[in-house]
Design a protein around this ligand. Structure first.
Ligand code: GDP
Ligand code: IMO
Ligand code: MG
Length: 432
């Protein structure tokens, strides 16, 4: 397979970073296509822990190209900090190794101020955003008043666009959100300086991908967030502001659908969610606490404790349909050791009726009850198992149940945060 898309099947933090890092060994080019620094992808490398927010998780492998596509929203200060931090740790991030789309939109200081101001104003009904300005930036993109990476490289154009938009943003910040207005000069100077540093990285990512494909390169598309956070298909309004489903790889990187060969869904063996919004299988008891503690479930971006619960099979089936999944990677199976019995939600009940799909109405989704299937658990520590046959029988049963329920093969089983704590049954780049 030449082009593989990786997506989260739940509410994010499924372990996409770890799997992308693993599969990068067999890829040539790694591309982020949506989201921004709301993402936090953790990679354990050489005994060190790295959390990447914008740079693709393939950066730790030499001789691979990492691309940031047009569909990503970029906070240039975060990107430059990430580049500096990697270089400090001996990971070179030279132009040519990292390429950034000229068409990607920039997160501006007013986007972050608006994100914070709005959440504060919403009070109890807040979304629980990461506060990184993601939603306000995508809003401006759709409203055709955004500022793109390429605009930074044209001083006159940048000045014109910023002065036009800042007047409106300051009016909104002061009069509606009761926040401080922002200074044109400060933003203009700081962004121009950052633009100068970023200039050597800026290119047309769609063209780069076409060239790479022509040379027979293997391309890995790294999704951020998860299917239930998709702006169209997720649990709206408790979602992010981009299309997180696999189709987003096409418009967010500038490739056509016929170029994608394989879509791998990353699914945690249980469920987590950060921020607000309904979560039918959430556990606020000692089982949820076991998952949070053993799974170290604290947000990689904001440090917030993640809400934890049983695996939701309905959510998984939605992910199969919405992404056209070819295969699954089940992560964090090791965290379930010691829990007995295990439960998987197989349907919901709403007003006495059984539902097999997620209702589009958020009030209905908030009031349904999960219908569970119980499976026997296992006690053994499985974190060092290297062969699927050596897993405890009940653990194999749990995997078989997921596979049958989803109707999609499990290709990868992850048993710990480190690269070698992984069982690969089928490598999507090799077909075996
Ligand atoms: P992402 O946003 O999907 O890349 O996931 P995060 O990095 O935000 O969260 C996943 C967390 O689980 C990270 O701390 C990973 O190091 C860790 N992790 C990934 N796979 C496994 C696994 O199989 N077992 C355990 N115990 N931890 C894992
Ligand atoms: P990765 O790529 C988990 C959640 C936020 C909030 C909602 C909207 O690491 O899986 P936003 O700042 O995007 O406007 O917030 O989406 N969220 C994530 N949750 N993992 C992520 O990314 C997330 N990115 C955003 O918590 O509920
Ligand atoms: Mg994460």
């Amino acid at each position: 397979m030449a082009s593989v898309v990786i997506v989260g099947t739940q509410w994010g933090d499924e372990g996409k970073g770890k799997i992308v890092d693993l599969l990068t060994q067999d890829a040539d080019v790694i591309v982020r296509f949506q989201g921004g620094n709301n993402a936090g992808h953790t990679i354990m490398f050489d005994g060190k822990k790295f959390i990447l927010h914008l740079i693709p998780s393939g950066i730790f492998h030499e001789n691979k190209k990492c691309l940031i596509g047009n569909g990503v929203v970029i906070d240039p200060s975060v990107l430059l900090e990430e580049i500096d931090n990697l270089e400090k740790n001996g990971i070179p991030v030279k132009p040519g190794r990292l390429l950034i789309s000229e068409r990607a939109h920039l997160i501006m200081p007013y986007h972050k101020a608006i994100d914070h101001g709005r959440e504060a104003k919403r009070g109890k009904t807040k979304i629980g955003t990461t506060g990184r300005g993601i939603g306000p930036c995508y809003e401006d993109k759709i409203a055709r008043r955004g500022i793109k990476v390429g605009d930074l490289l044209d001083e006159a154009l940048f000045r014109e666009k910023l002065s036009e938009i800042l007047e409106e943003k300051n009016f909104y910040l002061e009069k509606y959100l009761s926040c401080e207005p922002l200074s044109f000069d400060e933003i203009f100077d700081a962004y121009l300086r950052m633009g100068e540093r970023l200039a050597p990285y800026v290119t047309n990512v769609s063209v780069e991908l076409e060239i790479a494909r022509g040379q027979g390169a293997k391309i890995l598309f790294e999704g951020a967030q998860g299917t239930q956070l998709d702006i169209d298909h997720g649990t709206y309004p408790f979602v992010t502001s981009s299309n997180t489903v696999a189709g987003g790889a096409c418009h967010g990187a500038g490739v056509g659908p016929t170029t994608i060969d394989f879509v791998m869904g990353i699914c945690k063996a249980y469920t987590t969610r950060v921020g607000g919004g309904p979560f039918p299988t959430e556990l606020s008891d000692e089982i949820g606490l076991h998952m949070r503690e053993k799974g170290a479930e604290f947000g990689s971006t904001t440090g917030r404790p993640r809400r934890c619960g049983w695996l939701d099979g309905v959510v998984l089936k939605e992910a199969v349909r919405l992404n056209g999944l070819s295969g699954l990677a089940i992560t964090k199976l090791d965290v379930l050791s010691g829990l007995n019995p295990l439960k998987v939600c197989v349907a919901y009940e709403l007003d006495g009726k059984r539902l097999e799909v997620i209702p589009g109405n958020i009030k209905e989704f908030s009031s349904l009850k999960p219908i569970y299937e119980e499976l026997p658990g296992w006690q053994e520590d499985i974190s060092q198992v290297k062969d699927i046959g050596e897993l405890p029988e009940n653990c194999k049963n749990y995997l078989r149940f997921i596979e049958d329920f989803a109707g999609v093969p499990i290709d990868i089983v992850s048993l710990g945060p480190v690269r070698d704590q992984t069982i690969v049954l089928r490598n999507p780049f090799k077909g075996s």
